[in-house]
Design a protein around this ligand. Structure first.
Ligand code: SDX
Length: 429
């Protein structure tokens, strides 16, 4: 992978040759690992031009709006597979055969319940706690229940932890919702599909078990697929960094949930609905566009822009199609928030500010409108994102641990004081 070289010329020093590595597709990278021999580091806050690892899981071509999971375009996975097939693909590298899928689904179903003691953890939270705060807590707490499989160097332990996390996230997410509602938590049902089971645990009660709408189950499954993985985003990088210290998988996923919560990342789906409510009416769009362009105003158009996509986020395109299908099949005509969102997109995409900066709708722009149509409250949107992204996080965690790795420990450019002496308290002015 390294037959090309870059040469670094530093004044007064011998030139430094750095290997250039080439991937299957995408930009070459300059391997700077030997740079420490020059007594210098690279400097790249926000990792704008830094590859932190090698991976085979997901590839994003931001300029052309392409997203591949193990080589398969997201549009095809969304149309021709379901979420558990996509989970199998991300975890194992290939789409499952019918037999492999049946076995994987059975494994997941055997792990959907959580330890009964875990329910008591919820009682420590106020009922009005943000669902993501509760998710961080209870997912991290899972490590207290699986002492039998926390040896991260044991491939079988890594495998069972991955299955447990994929299986239990819907159960925990629904428990978080039920706790906030003051309703009894529902047990998972093994006769339902993954998405049906989640909607069952969310919206059924012991008093009334309604059949799950196949339309809503399919839309939910599609949303899970669209959020499953996205290479080295902030939360996945957090999981990798936590995993590189040898932390157990449940702690690593809890760290990923915390990182995802931010409104610049997974918290954007909740922030989009809040923003649409704030805009209120098409007549106010110009005011908010002006705010988004004003450097002195911290307001950003939530659901717009992306570090990598400088073209349409292919997930947003599929999400918008799904949104139209779901609202139509539910008989929801002229959804005011959808109308407002579409008008906002239309206006923004004709504005030079957004065009020059390649700011297009991202995965979060339309997802909230579907989630709301399914009946999921805004405060639960990022929990849904975390549920779906868990398979991506744990796939990267597994990939990192499956070959030699080092603890992640970035360096810094230090601009603080040089060494100085401590003065006596009475002498300090
Ligand atoms: C996700 O990384 C991933 O893959 C994430 C994700 C995943 O699946 O894991 O795709 C999920 O997090 C999607 C993004 C969700 N976040 C939002 O929708 C929040 C709004 N978007 C922005 O905060 C922003 O676009 C980011 C955080 C998404 C990307 O920020 P970058 O790459 O650091 O870009 P930037 O902030 O440097 O923006 C470049 C310019 C700036 O203007 P100038 O300084 O050049 O004049 O574009 C402007 C920014 O001010 N800009 C915006 C904007 N996004 C960028 N201006 C107004 N509204 C916006 N939304």
């Amino acid at each position: 992978m390294a037959d090309k070289k870059a040469q670094l010329i530093i004044e007064g020093a011998a030139p430094v040759e750095l290997p250039i590595l080439t991937g299957t597709v995408g930009p070459d990278v300059i391997d700077v690992r030997s740079l420490t021999s020059t007594g210098r580091f690279t400097f790249d806050p926000g990792f704008m031009s830094t590859a932190s690892c090698e991976s085979k899981i997901t590839y994003i071509d931001g300029d052309n709006g392409i997203l591949l999971h193990r080589g398969y375009p997201i549009e095809q996975l969304a149309e021709k597979s379901d979420y558990l097939e996509t989970c199998y693909l991300l975890l194992n590298g290939e789409l499952p055969t019918a037999e492999q899928k049946a076995q994987f689904v059975s494994n997941v179903k055997n792990h959907t319940m959580v330890h009964e003691q875990l329910k008591t953890f919820f009682n420590g939270f106020r009922r009005d706690a943000h669902p993501m705060a509760v998710m961080c807590g209870v997912v991290g707490a899972l490590s207290a229940f699986y002492h039998d499989s926390l040896d991260i160097n044991n491939p079988q332990h890594r495998e069972i932890s991955a299955v447990r996390l994929v299986a239990k996230m819907p159960t925990l997410a629904a428990m978080v919702y039920k706790y906030s509602m003051g309703q009894p938590m529902m047990y998972p049902r093994n006769d339902l599909s993954y998405a049906e089971n989640f909607l069952h645990m969310m919206f059924n009660t012991p008093c009334e078990i309604k059949p799950i709408s196949p339309i809503l189950a399919k839309a939910m499954d599609r949303i899970f697929i669209l959020h499953a993985d996205h290479e080295q985003n902030a939360s996945t990088s957090t999981v990798r960094l936590a995993g590189s210290s040898g932390a157990n998988p449940f702690a690593c996923i809890a760290a990923g949930i915390a990182a995802l919560w931010g409104p610049a990342h997974g918290g954007a789906n909740e922030a989009v609905l809040t923003m649409l409510d704030e805009i209120g009416d098409v007549s106010n769009i110009d005011t908010f566009i002006a705010k988004a362009k004003d450097k002195n105003d911290p307001f950003k158009l939530m659901g717009f822009g992306h570090r990598v996509y400088k073209n349409r986020d292919p997930r947003a395109t599929v999400m918008k199609q799904t949104c139209d299908e779901v609202l139509k099949e539910l008989g929801i005509k002229n959804d005011p928030q959808l109308e407002l969102a579409m008008r906002l997109e239309e206006i923004a995409l004709t504005d030079p500010y957004f065009i020059e900066r390649s700011l297009y709708p991202n995965v979060d722009f339309y997802s909230g409108i579907i989630l709301k149509a399914i009946g999921i409250p805004t405060s639960m949107f990022t929990v849904i994102f975390a549920l779906a992204r868990t398979v991506g996080w744990i796939s990267h965690w597994k990939e990192m641990l499956s070959s030699p790795y080092k603890i992640g420990r970035p360096r810094q450019l230090y601009t603080g004081y040089d060494s100085r002496d401590v003065s006596k308290l009475e002498d300090r002015k």
